[in-house]
Design a protein around this ligand. Structure first.
Ligand code: PLP
Length: 256
């Protein structure tokens, strides 16, 4: 019997730091099996995004439907979706599989700042996915963009008003020089907070890694709060060991 499986809707990052490779490595480290429906091929390195080509809606759904039939999928995880058509395709797919848990990493731009699609149209299209997610994992930039609210507490409550079930707010982009605070909310209530020392430098694929590890733990039966705690502890170790490919590049997480 194959291990509990997470089906990822994510893009290929040829540097191997983010996207599909981050998903496969993180889900593998969580103890689950990763299956992939590839949303896009990006052209990028640790410093810059040069462009991308998205899969068609038909190609994306054909990939996902092919593995539904023969793998024990317990959870879906999405990262870069590439086009609003692909966001709609994922919403359709999830509606057909209401028993799957779903981790929505609302990727709008790469950590290096490069475009991974049209941010304004994505924000609107994500409205369909938000109520379907077991947990949404925005950083504070994404949280503000999704809700149009600058104040983080108001933004979090607005995302609940948009139908969110649970939200992990990641504080890496906040101006806290010594630490990073993450906060997990379920049904509008703060249920857990974590603080870790802020590590020096920029990391490529840290968000993908965290969301995928959470999905892997959920697939294996963890409660959400436990899955998030496991994932945060694991990610901190992975980032401590991260390697710099070039002087100006973002660091590559060392996931195993
Ligand atoms: N997915 C792909 C294919 C990417 O290229 C990126 C960033 O470069 C992301 C997702 C998001 O990465 P991060 O985990 O750094 O937010």
């Amino acid at each position: 019997m194959v291990r509990a499986t997470v089906l990822c809707f994510s893009g290929l990052d040829p540097s191997g730091g983010a996207g599909i490779q981050a998903d496969i490595e993180s889900i593998g480290q969580s103890g689950a099996h990763a299956a992939i429906a590839c949303t896009a091929l990006t052209i990028q390195n640790s410093q810059q995004v040069f462009g991308f080509e998205a899969a068609s809606k038909q190609l994306l759904l054909a990939q996902a439907n092919a593995v539904v039939k023969d793998l024990p999928i317990r959870c879906v995880k999405s990262g870069m979706l590439g086009t609003t058509e692909n966001i709609a395709a994922l919403a359709e797919f999830l509606a057909e599989h209401p028993d799957y848990q779903y981790v929505l990493d609302p990727v709008l731009v790469a950590n290096s700042g490069g475009s991974l699609g049209n941010q304004a149209t994505f924000v609107k299209a994500f409205a369909e996915l938000i109520p379907l997610a077991t947990v949404i994992t925005p950083n504070t930039v994404e949280l503000r963009a999704l809700t149009g609210e600058d104040d983080l507490e108001l933004a979090t409550q607005k995302l609940f008003a948009m139908g969110a079930q649970a939200i992990l707010v990641k504080g890496g982009h906040e101006d806290t020089p010594d630490y990073i605070r993450n906060a997990l909310y379920i049904a509008g209530e703060l249920v857990a907070e974590s603080r870790c020392p802020r590590l020096a430098g920029e990391y490529h694929g840290s968000g993908c890694s965290l969301a995928s590890f959470i999905a892997g733990r959920l697939a294996q039966g963890d409660a959400l709060k436990t899955a998030v705690q496991h994932a945060e502890t694991w990610l901190f170790g992975v980032l401590q060991q991260a390697e710099s490919p070039v002087e100006n590049g973002q660091k590559m997480p060392k996931r195993f």
